[in-house]
Design a protein around this ligand. Structure first.
Ligand code: SF4
Length: 291
């Protein structure tokens, strides 16, 4: 698929076996202080015709496509009438497809009416990936998220009401040692309000090319160590009330792997954190953490 894509492609782990088609190039925001994903790309929305042409080309070599992921960042920002045309093309070209998903910024949801959201869902988009990062307004401002917690929560709630499954992510370590507990509690509160279908936790890793990396190099930002990251995760889990949410903290960036279903598996996951914190279970070595 190399020549289908412009630049580096990012996708959620659960889209490993999906057909990936670029609906947008880059990220409409592209200013989060910890993120380098689309730095080399100037954001634009590809023409509907080009996206459909890619789907048709892909049909030529794919015998069966069960999942389609529309990249890049914020593919949901596309105008609804255009997305509806693309959804109709997906149904025509890949009648066997069972799931269509994409990244959605809070703005991309909030600018649409409830009727538009429902029509987009009913036309075949099943799953929206959304970044909360933190429920703490101070943290969101500091990382330049471009949205408040209130806006992200509302976007998630409206997406769910329209029928979408919502997969949400947040990041451990974003608030440093001092802000850790507040970040954990506010994030738990936001998740409890949104009740996403999936909630994934990553741990902060800084790469050259983002403002937070420059802060770190200048000695103004001290990344949290494993103990703070695990304690932060513990506080989040303790304070989250989101029955049925599939919880994952098994990303390569995390110090330990956790997975389960909230709230049923929460006590077991808390025990696993306690075992790691007390040295009775291994914590991933820094060298093995990867983005
Ligand atoms: S974290 Fe998401 S919204 Fe923020 S700049 Fe990166 S891709 Fe864009």
């Amino acid at each position: 698929m190399g020549d289908f894509y412009e630049g580096r492609i990012f996708r959620p782990p659960s889209e490993a076996y999906s057909l990936i088609v670029q609906s947008t190039i880059g990220c409409s925001h592209n200013r989060c202080a910890f993120c380098t994903m689309y730095k080399e790309k100037q954001f634009r929305i590809r023409s509907t015709e080009d996206v459909i042409a890619d789907l048709e080309r892909a049909r030529g070599f794919a015998s069966s496509i069960k999942r389609i992921f529309f990249a890049d960042g914020d593919a949901f920002i596309r105008k609804s009438e255009e997305q509806l045309k693309i959804s109709a093309a997906v149904r025509r070209i890949f009648p066997e497809c069972e799931r269509v998903s994409m990244y959605a910024s809070p703005k991309s949801v909030l600018i649409k009416t409830d009727d538009e959201l429902k029509a987009l869902h009913d036309a075949g988009t099943e799953l929206l990936y959304m970044g909360l990062e933190s429920g703490d307004e101070n943290v969101l401002r500091r990382i330049n998220k471009g949205a408040t917690a209130e806006e992200i929560i509302l976007a998630g709630q409206r997406a769910k009401q329209a029928g979408f499954a919502v997969s949400l992510t947040a990041i451990l370590g974003l608030a440093g040692d001092e802000g850790s507990a507040a970040h954990a509690k506010a994030t738990a509160e936001a998740v409890s309000s949104m009740k996403p279908d999936y909630f994934g936790l990553l741990s902060l890793m800084l790469e050259p090319g983002c403002p937070m990396y420059d802060e770190y190099r200048a000695g103004r930002l001290k990344p949290v160590g494993p103990a703070t990251a695990l304690e932060e995760c513990r506080i989040m889990l303790e304070n989250m009330d989101s029955e049925g949410t599939v919880f994952r903290a098994n990303h390569a960036s995390n110090y330990i792997n956790l997975k389960g279903t909230l709230n049923t598996d929460t006590p077991r996951m808390l025990r696993e954190i306690d075992r790691a914190l007390s040295g009775r279970a291994p914590i991933k070595d820094e060298a093995w953490r990867r983005l």
